[in-house]
Design a protein around this ligand. Sequence first.
Ligand SMILES: [Ca+2]
Ligand SMILES: [Ca+2]
Length: 383
Amino acid sequence: MLYNKRMQKLVLSSLLIISSLSLFTSCEPISEFTNSNLIISEIYFENEIYSDAIELSNISEENIDLSEYHLEIYRYNDSNPTYEIYLEGELAIDESYVIASSLASQESKNIAHMVSENYLNNGSYTIGLYKGNDLMDIIGKIGVNYDYAEGHSLVRKVDKLAGKNVFDPYDFIRYNPHNLSLLGNMDNTLSPEELLDGPKKDENYFTLPYSEDGFTGSGGIIKVSLDHNIDGDTTAFNYPYEILEMLDISNGHSMRYINVNTPESTRTVEPWGRQASKFTSQLINAHANELFVQSAAGGALKETYGRLLGFVWAGDTLVNYALVLNGYSTLHPDEFKNVSYKGISYYSFMYNAELKAKKEGLRVQGEVDPYWDYENNSPLPMN
Ligand SMILES: [Ca+2]
Ligand SMILES: [Ca+2]
């Protein structure tokens, strides 16, 4: 099921009342909204190297004369545009307009309304949408060389359909490349609530092996049982016999959660470390009969100290994701695009969660640990 603008309209109209009331207390600068009828709704990547197409959408209640608009593309840290694309024609209400690069694949061009030699973008070029001289929407930042896409299609969230003169990566979902079903419309594959709820265990991963060679992950999910929790990002599990044999480990071997790093709570203690450990321990224990580990497809199975590296599922919750969402950990590379849900890699879910936690200044993202003596840099007793 695809989530689109129409479903959001009901929610938005009720939220508008609430947000207009809270304008006085909100710290968010309201000047960044441009009230544009036309917005940039997608930067489409066919592969990870360059963007094949850009999608613009009419979010207003009337048809748009596109000839009033043009795009300016700024390479690297240039402050003057290298390419300009002048639009033409009319765009109906709720419709999207796709401009494909002349270098794009034929399947992207087939969806496009315009093919342009001037749409060149490697995912770090700043793109401004202008109505006359007015900046109506922007991706990236003029004068700053910033790889905002990192090889993903950026698809605007259905609850963030508004033009802004400042780019906010949190307005977009980072999709794996080559998701043609989203090009030419304003849909997402998940509702905003589902996106924040995080990835779910796709059935397909149960049919994949955990590993083929004992060194590299294949993305498979296997059931495990708890041996004991160690800290926020490490747990010792018991594994199926074939896994023990293939990886040359014994039961009780530690798994280090990939893409996260929670503060220390064992030999040394750091702010939020003990809370992170408690969070993981509670999540794991609450789902002790439905614990699963998943290998990072294409990634190493073990880290430097011989611990396993992977994704841990407590019931339907990806613990790695929950740690980032709840501000117990920052996000760490690498990204494994082949472990994904609804076209979004686990890493991209975590990227989105980290942006949210940062905005909220949650825990390690900027909150003071109430159980930490910052003057003496030492832990305080916890209840
Ligand atoms: Ca789209
Ligand atoms: Ca750690």
